[in-house]
Write a protein that binds this ligand. Structure first.
Ligand code: 3SL
Length: 237
């Protein structure tokens, strides 16, 4: 039986062997939710970068560039990190290059996995289905916030464990922690997430509509997968 495990922060990834596994990277607020919304609305490709300068250079190659640091759009970039920016970019079928504070760092740190998949509540069922079909060990990599654990990524991890357990065995106690956290809060995710540190940060930036958008489940049947440094949608039914 394959195993499911949860890495609650990218700072803990050295404790896990991603080799031979599917890594499901999650940054609910907001990087992986944005990527899902982008693919769901027609974005052709997303190139993730951990650093600003590599991302900025992609404009010369015809990419729209999306940049966020500390919740704010980076000066000179085309897009910030709102799902609504990505929905708009999707409608024109553009290719995006993206850098964010935590999400794209988590993707880079997971890149040694057999498959790197982008997860969010917006594509939860599509990801669960893809992972079941792959029948391989899975590591859910939570982007967290600057190395610290966060609530919303842990809740997503619990939601995915909820869909896979007991068909998958649990790798350690982190999936159990995430599962119980999700099961206790699932009936009122928005209220619980509004109390989280990142939601408070985003509230100060006056972007509360992004939070409720990112907590919607199964809006898109897309599974973004990293292939040769670019994310492409491997499922669209
Ligand atoms: O850190 C990230 O990757 C971002 O998603 C953070 S924010 O929601 O844009 O503030």
């Amino acid at each position: 039986m394959p195993e499911i495990d949860v890495c609650l922060s990218p700072e803990l990834i050295h404790l896990h062997d991603v080799n031979g596994r599917v890594a499901v990277v999650v940054d609910i607020l907001r990087a992986t939710s944005c990527m899902t919304a982008g693919f769901g609305s027609g974005v052709a490709e997303i190139k993730p970068f951990a650093d600003l300068e590599s991302c900025r250079k992609m404009r010369d190659k015809g990419y729209l560039i999306a940049g966020e640091r500390n919740g704010k759009k980076v000066d000179g970039f085309d897009l910030g990190n709102s799902p609504f920016d990505y929905l708009e970019a999707g409608s024109s079928g553009r290719k995006l290059a993206v850098t964010t504070t935590n999400g794209t760092v988590a993707i880079e740190k997971s890149s040694g996995a057999d498959h790197v998949i982008i997860g969010s509540f917006l594509n939860l069922e599509a990801v669960a289905h893809w992972v079941k079909e792959a029948a391989q060990d899975v590591l859910i990599v939570c982007a967290g916030w600057k190395g610290k654990v966060n609530l919303e990524d842990t809740l997503f991890a619990g939601a995915l464990v909820d869909r896979l357990y007991p068909a998958f065995t649990l790798g350690c106690d982190a999936p159990l922690v995430a599962l119980h956290c999700y099961q206790g809060m699932q009936d009122n995710l928005l209220d619980h997430v509004m109390a989280s540190s990142h939601a408070q940060r985003l509230k100060r930036l006056d972007i509360e509509k992004d939070i409720s958008y990112c907590l919607q489940q199964d809006l898109f049947e897309v599974v973004p997968r990293l292939t040769n440094g670019s994310l492409v949608n491997v499922l669209s039914r």
